[in-house]
Design a protein around this ligand. Structure first.
Ligand SMILES: NC(=O)c1ccc[n+]([C@@H]2O[C@H](COP(=O)([O-])OP(=O)(O)OC[C@H]3O[C@@H](n4cnc5c(N)ncnc54)[C@H](OP(=O)(O)O)[C@@H]3O)[C@@H](O)[C@H]2O)c1
Length: 328
């Protein structure tokens, strides 16, 4: 079993970046994590390069954003190699590494093979958190068999904690019922102020069961930083045709984005801080924004000290509750 990893940080950072528990486990991680889909290849734009991405993640270790989320899928394993490089730069104990087994590797023998491949690319002996990326798209491998394989990996010390991703409550219940000596610590789901579906069932369930929610796309792929608008849209492969960035959607969210910008001004913060503070007002939620360079990490670390008042959260809740955005 893995030893609990603690954040090493200066007293001033301690005051701001208080670590949070990961599920019911004894592991604690930074209040904001860092995502690495961006590090896989150039699908997130020509400004992506390995050196900057690795430095951005290593910087996370220095600043207390130690939870790094990656996946064997991102750039066909390349993002894991970049994470490995960050681990070598930062030092093993400074980063808490979470990766994911693909939905195409759900047979028990494939899970073991995938795990070994991830360990090799990451240059690690143990993955701190191993997540099941998606449930079986073909409905061929019973979930219980995959979960048992994950449990074996934990027993053998190849993974520290087990998590899942994109799981609804019924999937969470089925997955947990297959585990006899451990429990899952996290469900990684899309969650931001523009996508609140998980609030209906997943969030209350996870809160009750003390399962951490890792919120992916917490900045709505950069939209909630306020840097994109109808006249200035991202041109990379991931976002160029994303429905979220369509003019009609941007019009519908204009009042909400305006309020977020105004709150940012009031607190003398960038809008991204407001987006992350809104998520962090939900207990048990750990946002994992994707980063490309160290300056972005530094700005995200500063976001951890912003706390919105209950009235501010209510006003954002209200403005975001009936957006009726186009989804396809
Ligand atoms: N489990 C899953 O199925 C799943 C799915 C999607 C994502 N994820 C994970 O979640 C992570 C985050 O989600 P995401 O990448 O979809 O979206 P996101 O975190 O909402 O947005 C990422 C984008 O935000 C911008 N950004 C980040 N920090 C910034 C800063 N300080 N200042 C200004 N802009 C900043 C960057 O945009 P620019 O490119 O414009 O600089 C970056 O590419 C991924 O990296 C991945 O690890 C998991």
């Amino acid at each position: 079993m893995r030893r609990p990893r603690t954040l090493s940080q200066s007293p001033s950072q301690d005051a701001v970046l208080r670590s949070v528990p990961l599920g019911r486990s004894d592991a604690r991680v930074g209040p904001i994590g860092l995502g690495t889909w961006q590090a896989g290849d150039d699908t997130w734009g020509p400004d992506v390069n390995d050196a900057d991405c690795a430095a951005a993640l290593a910087e996370g270790g220095r600043l207390g954003l130690n939870l790094i989320d990656t996946a064997e899928n991102y750039g066909r394993g390349h993002a894991e190699e970049v994470v490995g490089s960050a681990v070598r730069q930062a030092g093993r104990r400074q980063l808490f590494v979470a990766t994911k087994v693909s939905e195409h590797h759900l047979h028990p023998e494939d899970v073991v093979k995938a795990c070994r491949g991830s360990l090799r690319r990451l240059g690690l002996r143990q993955i701190d958190l191993y997540q099941l990326h998606w449930t079986d798209p073909y409905d061929q491998v019973p979930l219980r068999r995959t979960m048992k394989a994950l449990e074996m990996l934990q027993r053998d010390g190849l993974v520290g904690q087990i998590g899942v991703s994109n799981f609804a409550v019924r999937d969470l219940e089925e997955a947990r019922s297959a585990l006899s000596r451990t429990d899952i610590v996290s469900d990684q789901v899309q969650y931001n102020i523009l996508h609140r579906d998980v609030e209906e069932e997943v969030l209350p369930y996870c809160r009750r069961e003390r399962i951490s929610v890792l919120a992916y796309s917490p900045l709505a792929r950069g939209l909630l930083t306020g840097k994109y608008s109808v006249g200035h849209l991202p041109q990379d492969a991931v976002r160029v045709s994303a429905v979220l960035f369509r003019p009609r959607n941007l019009q519908r969210m204009a009042a909400l984005l305006g309020e977020m910008r105004a709150l940012g001004r009031l607190h003398a913060r960038p809008m991204a801080h407001v987006a992350l503070a809104w998520l962090r007002s939900r207990p048990g939620v750990i946002p994992i924004p994707g980063v490309k360079r160290p300056a972005q990490t530094a700005e995200l670390a500063a976001a951890a000290s912003l706390q919105l008042s209950p009235g501010e959260v209510r006003s954002l809740d209200h403005l975001s509750s009936n957006l009726a955005l186009d989804t396809f």
